[in-house]
Design a protein around this ligand. Structure first.
Ligand SMILES: Nc1ncnc2c1ncn2[C@@H]1O[C@H](COP(=O)(O)OP(=O)(O)OP(=O)(O)O)[C@@H](O)[C@H]1O
Length: 313
């Protein structure tokens, strides 16, 4: 479990002070993947670095299993982290790199082989890590974070630059680790990926927490939720649905997009009035749509989230 309480981190001093994280509080619980979402510069890395004790908070606390990470008796068994592509000795083989890391935490070669297998690097374990692709390097970094069999895993932008296979692999790995009852905390600015991976969502913007909700609840509460109907009786159905809570748009004589009524309501009303439906679809908004709605009024923030999503090639 990760607990962040009233965390504030300022860099610099005087006129040049930057408040990277501003009174941030949240809890990351075991058993689900928690996604940490925010645009570039929102404060994700600073928060994660503070959890690891790499940045000293200006005020507030960040604890892992109830204590500061640096006070943990066996830190790497408690929290495995991958913050950015780690500096590795490029001349070393993947296995030797992990063996060196393992030695620092009193873990043996058997565990090294286990994590190599877990991340799918067994076949290249004796190859020079310097020749690894970005995806293989990322797998090696994750192998390192799992060496101590940690209860909590924290990864900063792990899918950046990965190909679709690598992205799918990380998604499944994170879900599996969570299903084993571990605490999994993962940051990203790729919303479509986050929607597929995380069950819980924490959104940070300009150093402040904007959302801390189960993913499904956040998406459900968006007003972008609508019902699409295709019917030869569109005009009649439109009249039947009319009401102060209901907004209807149409870009085709037979199609209606309805906000303010559920698919169930529409289906029941249509059946009760003998309106034939060719199609009745609950249109669930994407995380991106829900997120854009949330940030619509935050002008300076809006500028940075309105960028098209960067997708891995
Ligand atoms: N060492 C530092 N010195 C000065 N300012 C910093 C430092 N580290 C981060 N910042 C600033 O703090 C803010 C938050 O940065 P942070 O790296 O935590 O954001 P982020 O959400 O991780 O963004 P990214 O996705 O770009 O990594 C930014 O304005 C950044 O420029």
């Amino acid at each position: 479990m990760i607990e962040v309480h009233e965390l504030t981190k300022k860099y610099g001093s005087g006129d040049k002070t930057v408040t990277a994280v501003d009174h941030v509080s949240f809890t990351v619980r075991p058993g689900v993947v928690t996604g940490f979402l925010g645009p570039n510069g929102a404060g994700k890395s600073t928060t994660m670095r503070s959890i690891l004790g790499l940045d000293k908070p200006t005020s507030g606390t960040a604890t892992v299993n109830g204590h500061l990470f640096r006070d943990a008796p066996a830190p790497l068994s408690e929290l495995g982290a991958l913050l950015e592509a780690k500096a590795i000795d490029k001349g070393r083989s993947a296995r030797n790199h992990l063996l060196a890391l393992a030695a620092t935490i009193g873990v043996g070669g058997r565990r090294v082989d286990e994590v190599l297998d877990l991340v799918g690097l067994t076949d290249v374990a004796r190859k020079r890590a310097g020749g690894f692709s970005l995806g293989m390097g990322q797998r090696l970094g994750i192998a390192g974070s799992l060496l101590g069999d940690p209860q909590t895993i924290m990864l900063d932008e792990p899918v950046n630059g990965l190909d679709p296979d690598g992205i799918l692999w990380i998604r499944n790995l994170l879900k599996e680790l969570a299903a084993q009852g571990r605490t999994v905390f993962v940051s990203s600015h790729l919303m479509s990926e986050m929607q597929l991976t995380a069950e819980h969502l924490i959104v940070i913007g300009q150093g402040r927490i904007m959302v801390d909700l189960p993913m499904a609840d956040f998406i459900r509460q968006s007003s972008q939720h609508r019902v699409r109907v295709v019917t030869p009786d569109a005009t009649r159905l439109r009249d039947l649905l009319a009401g102060p809570e209901v907004a209807i748009t149409s870009d085709d004589p037979q199609r209606l997009e309805i906000e303010g009524a559920s698919a169930r309501d529409v289906g029941i009303l249509a059946a009760a009035n003998g309106v034939v439906l060719y199609e009745l679809v609950d249109v669930v908004p994407s995380l991106e749509e829900a997120f854009m709605e949330l940030t619509r009024d935050t002008v300076s923030y809006h500028g940075s989230v309105a960028q098209p999503e960067r997708r891995a090639a």
